[in-house]
Design a protein around this ligand. Structure first.
Ligand code: PEP
Ligand code: MN
Length: 277
């Protein structure tokens, strides 16, 4: 075994218990919501998604877009930003669901933290050490999305940055990695390769919870259900899924958003091996 991982093990850093007494319990987590907050109808969307069995709501107020200039519409510019946070606060008050939302920069932790119950670290910030160190000093749960390039020891290294700050309420989110050029001429929205083998690989080394993201890892809505099923079968502790009442109308990530009935099938009709409520 690699020396770095051996030393993490010896220090007990990889043996995090999923503590049910903690405010946010990562076990059997079903997180869903649209890619981003698009407007006041987010409240109705959240109520519907709660009805379908989600136990946490996701939506970005601040969105790091790969092609930002192509994505400006009706006040939405890389998200609704502050307006989006206010709407998420209303979602939380009305539905009672914990809010999972991205914090893009260390300077925004206090502001986003007024609303977020779980800080999402986006794939692009996977090795932003200023952000990771600062989040390690907070006491809120962290969903660390794997960088699209992240190796297994880099994933554990990024976790360690947060852990050494004192925050051990973390989960790793696998969301697809580079290396899918052979699909794009037929399925143009596919950008990443599902990283399913990383689930058992990490499970062998650590009991940090693993949340799987079948939306970004496939990039194509028809593949979200089969890859959700595969991730759960492989041992994921939960799923984070992009869902929208009119998927094709989503401002961001429209091709991978699923509709309510597909979310219902995933949350309520799949046989979850590890994921009973
Ligand atoms: C998201 O969850 O909407 C998102 C931007 O994800 P990622 O950082 O994995 O691209
Ligand atoms: Mn998205």
């Amino acid at each position: 075994m690699n020396e770095y991982i051996k030393s993490l093990k010896n220090q007990g850093k990889l043996n995090i218990s999923i503590d049910k007494t903690k405010k946010f319990n990562w076990k059997y987590t079903k997180i869903a919501g649209p890619c981003s907050v698009e407007g006041p109808d987010i409240i109705d969307i959240a109520l519907s998604i709660k009805q379908l069995g989600a136990n946490a709501f996701r939506a970005g107020a601040y969105k790091p877009c790969t092609y930002p200039i192509l994505k400006e519409t009706k006040g939405w510019k890389e998200g609704l930003r502050n307006e989006g946070l206010k709407l998420l606060k209303m979602v939380k008050d009305v539905t009672g669901l914990p809010i999972v939302t991205e914090v893009m920069d260390a300077s925004m932790i206090d502001k986003v933290g007024e609303v977020a119950d779980v800080f999402q670290i986006g794939t692009r910030n996977f090795q932003n050490y200023t952000l990771l160190d600062a989040l390690g000093k907070t006491n809120k749960p962290i969903l660390l999305k794997r960088g699209t390039w992240g190796t297994i020891d880099e994933i554990l290294g990024a976790c360690e940055r947060i852990l050494v700050g004192g925050n051990d309420n973390i989960a790793i989110c696998l969301r697809g990695v580079v290396g899918m050029p052979n699909y794009r001429h037929v399925f143009p929205s596919i950008r990443w390769a599902p990283d399913l083998m990383m689930i058992p690989a990490l499970k062998e080394l650590t009991n940090i919870p693993i949340i799987y993201d079948p939306s970004h890892s496939t990039g194509y809505r028809n593949f979200v259900k089969p890859i959700s099923r595969a991730a759960i079968a492989a041992g994921a502790n939960g799923l984070i899924i992009e869902c929208h009442p009119k998927p094709e109308k989503s401002i961001s990530d429209a091709d991978q958003a699923i509709d309510y009935s597909t979310l219902d099938e995933i949350f309520n009709q799949l046989t979850f091996i590890n994921m009973k409520q």
